[in-house]
Design a protein around this ligand. Sequence first.
Ligand SMILES: C[S@@+](CC[C@H](N)C(=O)[O-])C[C@H]1O[C@@H](n2cnc3c(N)ncnc32)[C@H](O)[C@@H]1O
Length: 383
Amino acid sequence: MQTIRLIATTQFGLEAIVKRELIALGYEGISVTPGRIEFDATTADIPRVNLWLRCADRVRLKIGAFKAVTFEELFEQTKDLPWEDWITVDGQFTVTGKCVKSELMSVRSSQSIVKKAVVERLKSAYNVDWFDETGEAYTIEVALLQDVATLTIDTSGSGLHKRGYREASGGAPLRETLAAGLVKLSYWFPDRYLLDPLCGSGTILIEAAMIAANIAPGLNRSFASEGWETIGGDAWRLARESARDAEKPFEEPMIYGSDYDEDVIRIAKRNAEMAGVGDYIQFETKPLNEVWVDRQYGIVITNPPYGQRMSDFEALNKLYINFHKMFRKKKGWSIYVITSDRQFPNYFKRARPDRVRKLYNGPIETNYYQYYGERPPREPKKT
Ligand SMILES: C[S@@+](CC[C@H](N)C(=O)[O-])C[C@H]1O[C@@H](n2cnc3c(N)ncnc32)[C@H](O)[C@@H]1O
């Protein structure tokens, strides 16, 4: 089978996690640059990675990369690439672009040069003068970075954060890909107690439960490359079947979510049902100061409101103080908090954060404060 290069794009800060996901799926030849993880694959892997990657934004098929400092170089080298291997004679395609730190800084001109070059290539490959463009849709991207043009076709369509379970969203939901990343960056394992006391529409907990039940995040949605001839419908069908077979029941789940807003709790329950994990999470309407934590060990992963107005700040300070009180003496709890508010660690004084990671929630820069708790004692071995 033909070897291809795929590129998983990701929000800045999640590259290491996506790399880890790819290694776990068995991929090799991985190279990482900010926001992009490139790896070796075959055409049959296009369905597989789209269905399984939890933290990547989308998967692009790399057609080629070359240095180009003039439009002529861009045109000629784009025309040299084997576009006909992927785009059918009736295919319709658009070109998107971005230019960063390059001689060629006009995105519009680069897009139209690439469009013309691909048309020329297809004309001679198919020996036609005119394209109807009534068939499959392809979105080509020309990305110029430091004078290197990388040409790709998007295989995903809408971003991979669109899992198909979020019918409705409460207030300011986290992106599903980021929520999955937060879970993967914590030391949570499905046999441990997990709590989000500001759970909103439940994204973090839903992603955790999907990980525990080995539910492929892309099973309930469609992808741009499902109708591509080169991949073939069988590859998609087989990848979906094997993803369904891989699902396993989540035994003895201990996942809890609460929020003081009953409307968002209703949404969280609905989203969890849609994601197939409704039975694995217990949601409750409750203000933070009434959440009673009676366990010595557990993990909190949470996303407090960001707070934009002065009145919000007062409420936020109160919230932080209550949060601190809840966990002040709970040394066995690991606490993970994502927020754009840099004041947070001044209020949560149990300890200094063990690690702070910069992550992006869409365009918003946030910090992920990580406080590691003491490990639970090991169960004595049964003899
Ligand atoms: C940024 S949102 C969480 C979004 C969530 N991660 C999601 O993906 O939908 C913060 C949540 O905190 C809740 N909240 C704010 N103050 C609270 C309090 N004192 N007690 C309980 N919930 C509170 C809000 O209702 C809101 O749903």
